[in-house]
Design a protein around this ligand. Structure first.
Ligand code: XMP
Length: 552
């Protein structure tokens, strides 16, 4: 499958470059910008390389790519690897190839007009650059002809090119007069000082599309159908008839991973294990069981271990201690139950790891990306041992979250699971402040189920989608204090339940969901009417930062 390699120098928009190109139908892979490139990484499926932006300067701490990118040969119709430098990427190429980059007096930031020169380029007689008329190659001409004479681009840079590298010429400048588009006279090498991947950039997709299709000659081969065919083949080969065990949480990722295994392998070969820790949402376990059976699961191992968790958590109020107890116990039970299955040593362990998880944990893809899960997910000796033995399968490791959802739909996973809000591993223990007891779990389960049901039944302000689908994550929290209320003629001390609903794209930051007051009031009334232990409902209006999403 054709692939575009993206060298990540730390820009916040590197992921966006990858997404845009995938959306255009071509597979992308991000690797750290300074990775040594083995010949087999470069060829033959890599059809072009993009050098990303960076917060650093080429004259400072900015990393340099392996020099091989400038002289690696391609097997197909062009004999030089096509390169596209974006922002720092362009400055990097200029610096590496003998040009000059210096800092600007004033940073160029935001929407900026770019003007294309070289009128002749569109008629095939070369382009004018200063005094010179330059004859350019057909490929370059094709790429450059996709640019409008002037367009609004988006920039963010503190350095600029003050001298182009030999063989390069300037094709477009920013309104402030700095190089904005440069190209090599003979080689398929280009540089953009602006960010075509950012939506504010006019025609950004067309420019990226021109690079990947016209210059690199990529086929549109990144489609779900194609991915499924390839995945089936890979999973069959990797499993080679051995059993595969997948630990299921009930969330989107592990369920889609399970569906992929069930589709590719014989149902008997696939073991799915799920732990009911007693800290699950209302009817969760039954829901998970039904969904997996619907997907064809035969070896479904549902482990009921709520008693063990609740008894270990008894009397514990410190949030970190609670987390540690849950993490440790989870590992103990996992080891015990897996060994009880008596699978042969040759069994493989599957995981629902996503492409972004690999990036976040720094496993060779993208160095500077944020870490969202490392503080959440407990390292498991079982997973470590299997990884060391080379017996881990990760069917989703090339996909972004929305691609996982699309794959799930193709594989027949229930829409309800696909659209599910995230749920933390330690479950309700992060939402019951103070000591966790069965009674409190039951109370919270009821309140949370009412809240979620109401969100599913109510429409957002546009009237087009449900509140649930408009919200990234919503849940109820139980506070460890009671407050006074009235029930009939009597004073009653009931629990306080807080509601949380946020909008986010990755959980790293979050905004409060702006409910209509009427929705909140009606939901609160339903909760206090139906859950007698709850006397008061509040709505959390804190963003992240400074607050986190979970209360703990
Ligand atoms: P915080 O509370 O850190 O949460 O703002 C960010 C996102 O992560 C989820 N979360 C977890 N997910 N295991 C998980 O898999 C955990 O231990 C965990 N703790 C928090 C949280 O629900 C939110 O989506």
């Amino acid at each position: 499958m054709d692939k575009i390699l993206i060298l990540d120098f730390g820009s916040q928009t590197t992921q966006l470059i990858a997404r845009r190109i995938r959306d255009l139908g071509v597979y992308t892979e991000i690797i750290p910008g300074d990775s040594p490139l083995a010949d087999n990484i470069i060829a033959p499926d890599v059809k072009g390389i993009i050098l990303s932006g960076s917060p650093e300067s080429v004259n400072g701490k900015g990393a340099a790519p392996d020099r091989k990118i400038y002289d690696c040969f391609r097997v197909n119709n062009v004999d030089v690897m096509p390169l596209l430098g974006i922002c720092y990427g362009l400055q990097r190429m200029t610096h590496d190839l003998g040009g000059k980059v210096e800092s600007l007096q004033h940073v160029e930031y935001g929407r900026i007009e770019v003007k294309i020169k070289g009128q002749g380029s569109k008629t095939g007689d070369g382009i004018e650059s200063g005094e010179k008329k330059i004859k350019i190659s057909g490929l370059t001409e094709k790429f450059l002809s996709r640019f409008k004479d002037s367009f609004t681009a988006w920039m963010s840079h503190g350095d600029t090119l003050t001298e182009l590298a030999p063989g390069f010429y300037e094709y477009g400048t920013s309104a402030t007069g700095y190089s904005a588009v440069v190209a090599h006279e003979q080689k398929p090498w280009f540089g953009l000082q602006f960010h075509p991947e950012v939506t504010h950039c006019e025609d950004g997709d067309r420019i990226l599309g021109a690079f990947i299709f016209d210059v690199c000659g990529c086929e549109k081969s990144w489609s779900m159908e194609h991915y499924i065919d390839e995945l089936n083949q890979t999973l069959k080969e990797r499993a080679a008839g051995n059993p595969v065990l997948l630990l299921i949480s009930g969330g989107v990722d592990s369920t889609v991973a399970g569906a992929a295994l069930l589709k590719a392998l014989k149902p008997d070969q696939v073991h799915l294990m799920y732990f009911d820790t007693g800290l699950m949402r209302k009817n969760e376990t039954e829901f998970v069981r039904k969904s997996l059976e619907k997907l064809g699961a035969k070896n479904l191992h549902i482990i009921m271990c709520g008693e063990e968790f609740l008894s270990e958590l008894k009397g514990k109020t410190d949030p970190e201690e609670k987390r540690k107890i849950i993490g440790d116990l989870f590992i103990t039970i996992q080891e015990r139950e897996v060994s009880r299955l008596k699978l042969p040593d040759s069994y493989l362990l599957a995981q629902g790891t996503l492409y972004t998880d690999l990036i976040e944990s720094g496993k060779g893809v993208g160095k500077k990306a944020h870490v969202i899960k490392s503080h959440h997910n407990v390292a498991s000796p079982l997973v470590d041992a299997k990884r060391k033995a080379g017996k881990i399968i990760e069917p989703l490791d090339r996909l972004y979250k929305d691609e996982v959802r699309r794959l799930g739909r193709f594989l027949g996973v229930d829409e309800e699971i696909i659209r599910r809000h995230p749920f933390p591993g330690p479950g309700l223990a992060t939402r019951i402040l103070g000591e966790v007891t069965r009674e409190k779990c039951d109370i919270l389960r009821e309140a949370d189920a009412i809240f979620i049901q109401e969100l599913k039944n109510r429409k957002n302000v546009s009237g087009e989608i449900s509140l649930y689908d408009d919200i990234w994550q919503a849940f109820a929290i139980l506070l460890p204090i009671r407050s006074v209320g009235v029930a009939g003629d009597e004073r009653k001390y009931g629990f306080i339940c807080a509601l949380r609903a946020i909008i986010s794209s990755d959980g790293m930051t979050a905004d409060v969901y702006p409910f209509e007051a009427r929705d909140l009031i009606e939901i609160s009334t339903r909760i206090t009417n139906s859950v007698k232990e709850i006397g008061r409902v509040t709505y959390d209006i804190s963003s992240k930062p400074p607050a986190t999403i979970e209360w703990e």
